[in-house]
Design a binder for this molecule. Structure first.
Ligand SMILES: [Zn+2]
Length: 267
């Protein structure tokens, strides 16, 4: 694996579009303020009152999924320069990616980063991947939001306490959201990592949003369009173009093969 993480030159930009459909309730909280609903825990809504999923939330779950998969390979000795197939703990200052203890110049280099930070970025590296906010596709009235009862358990008495009862909103099962992912200068193995993480989410092994331990946040993902643009096209005034002779499925297969090969070579 080489490490062509130079963002000074845009060599390739991939845009994947598709749909996310909720299979269970989905809870992306709006916090406690600025919502007129008399609900303890409202969901996030766009300006028209329809739920949406921030791109950062989708990226977060995809990143943590990739992290757990990479950790499953076993954490090698910290020789990242020859073996990037490890995942740092982003909350750990010492020994993590971009550890300044190793000297500024060294810490700044791509080689000092784990495969997860190389793909999704760190405080020192740009991300190859960007998710747009996913907006609800169906603009039915009323918006697809359901109210659920929550019950708090008193941690000391281990009983249900009346005072701890609360309601929370969820996005209804069956709600469709538009998905859009951009990958800049992504190597095929990087796209392969994304493809595998998308599978995990689609198969219910990873979940989105809050209250996932109660079974919320299960979604299906489907990809319908793959477009690519190269600098020559951009400078020539073109936007994205379909990849010639390649449907989405066959491209995903190519990326998965590249991932398998990269892992076999380095682990
Ligand atoms: Zn890292």
């Amino acid at each position: 694996m080489n490490a062509p993480d130079d963002f000074h030159a845009l060599r390739r930009r991939v845009r994947l579009s598709g749909q996310l459909v909720t299979r269970t309730g989905l809870r992306i909280g709006a916090g406690q303020h600025g919502d007129a609903d008399a609900v303890d825990l409202p969901v996030l809504r766009d300006a028209d009152g329809y739920p949406f999923i921030p791109g950062a939330s989708i990226k977060g779950v995809v990143r943590s999924t990739v992290e757990s998969l990479v950790r499953g390979l076993g954490q090698p000795e910290r020789e990242a320069a020859v073996h990037p197939w490890w995942a740092c703990n982003p909350t750990e200052k010492k020994g993590g990616c971009g550890d300044v203890g190793r000297g500024d110049r060294e810490a700044m280099s791509v080689d000092a980063h784990c495969v997860v930070c190389r793909l999704f970025g760190s405080h020192l590296l740009s991300s190859h991947v960007r998710f747009s906010d996913a907006l609800a596709l169906d603009r039915d009235d009323p918006p697809p939001i359901e109210l659920r009862d929550g019950v708090g358990i008193d941690r000391d008495l281990r009983t249900v306490s009346g005072a701890l009862k609360y309601d929370f909103q969820v996005v209804a099962p069956g709600t469709r959201f538009g998905l859009e992912v951009f990958v800049d200068n992504g190597e095929d193995w990087m796209l392969g990592l994304l493809a595998v993480a998308f599978d995990q989410l689609d198969h219910g092994f990873a979940a989105l949003g809050g209250f996932t331990s109660r079974g919320l946040g299960r979604v299906n993902l489907g990809w319908s369009e793959l477009l690519e643009v190269e600098p020559k096209g951009l400078l020539g005034g073109k936007s994205f173009e379909p990849v010639r002779g390649a449907d989405v499925e066959s491209r995903f297969a190519t990326w998965r093969r590249a991932l398998t090969q990269a892992v076999e070579e380095h682990v």
